[in-house]
Design a protein around this ligand. Structure first.
Ligand SMILES: C[S@@+](CC[C@H](N)C(=O)[O-])C[C@H]1O[C@@H](n2cnc3c(N)ncnc32)[C@H](O)[C@@H]1O
Length: 248
């Protein structure tokens, strides 16, 4: 199973994900009675947004993290009759019954190395004609943060944490997984944080979480401070990959 997340801290942060979620919701056409998969739903912020848009519909909320899904259940208490909460790895056969009418995803796909397996797994649970509308980190994402990490860690074997895919690569992977009507684009979208700890908290919980998992506890805060200190500004240089495609 993929890594665990600190869901409580995650929800306490000023997340650029909020804007990404609203933007992605705005790209997903819905009648209101569909069954929609929220792929990598996290703590359910956009699952709630989907439920608002689906008065007669349902959401299948899939994530690999137990803590993220616990937080989602708390957030959506009272609305869980219309949510199927599923703990699963999105690259594996998905353990829910039937097909979905659409797939939605925010800030999850770049945590998954094997996009061919991911798109294949999603396609296998989408009805023909179902729409995939997603966004994630794309080619060129967080180059400055990554350069700071490399400086702090020094030479060594490259740690492959993310898949920041490009437009043509993603188009080809989607087509191979039987998607048509494919629209993929990159959008530079830097996020600025307040000085005085906000940037460090965000880096530790979101961007560098996987790096910290492999570190002794005492090394973590100094590592995050060293990376933050090497950035010219309190900015995470995000580049988002925006995906729309239809299951053939
Ligand atoms: C940055 S969070 C985004 C969560 C939520 N969509 C949001 O925008 O706040 C990334 C999420 O992807 C999930 N994730 C990463 N790899 C996964 C995988 N292989 N299968 C299922 N979920 C995965 C993580 O557990 C995490 O909840």
């Amino acid at each position: 199973m993929p890594r665990e997340w600190d869901a409580t801290t995650y929800d306490s942060l000023p997340l650029p994900h909020l804007g990404w979620g609203l933007r992605t919701l705005g790209r997903l056409p819905l009648r209101g009675d569909e069954r929609v998969l929220d792929a990598g739903c996290g703590t359910g912020r956009d699952t709630a947004g989907l439920l608002d848009r689906l008065p007669a519909g349902r959401v299948v909320a899939v994530d690999a993290s137990v803590r993220m899904l616990d937080q989602l259940r708390t957030r959506l208490a009272g609305r869980l009759d219309r949510v199927e909460v599923v703990r699963a790895d999105l690259t594996e056969p998905l353990p829910f019954t039937g097909e979905v009418d659409a797939v939605f995803s925010v800030a999850a796909f770049h945590w998954i190395e094997d996009h061919a397996a991911l798109f294949g797994s999603l396609a296998s649970r989408m009805r023909p004609g179902a729409r995939l509308v997603a966004e994630c980190g794309g080619l060129g994402n967080i180059l400055a943060v990554n350069a700071a990490v490399a400086e702090v860690l020094g030479a060594g074997p490259e740690q492959r944490t993310w898949e920041f895919a490009g437009v043509e690569q993603t188009r080809a992977r989607l087509a191979a997984a039987s998607f048509t009507d494919i629209d993929v684009r990159l959008r530079p979208d830097p996020a600025r944080f307040e000085p005085g700890g906000q940037l460090e908290a965000f880096l530790a919980t979101v961007v560098l979480g996987a790096h910290l998992d492999d570190m002794p506890a005492g090394d973590r805060a100094p590592f995050v401070a060293a990376v933050a200190g090497r950035l010219a500004e309190p900015v995470v240089d995000y580049v988002r990959l925006e995906i729309s495609a239809t299951r053939a």
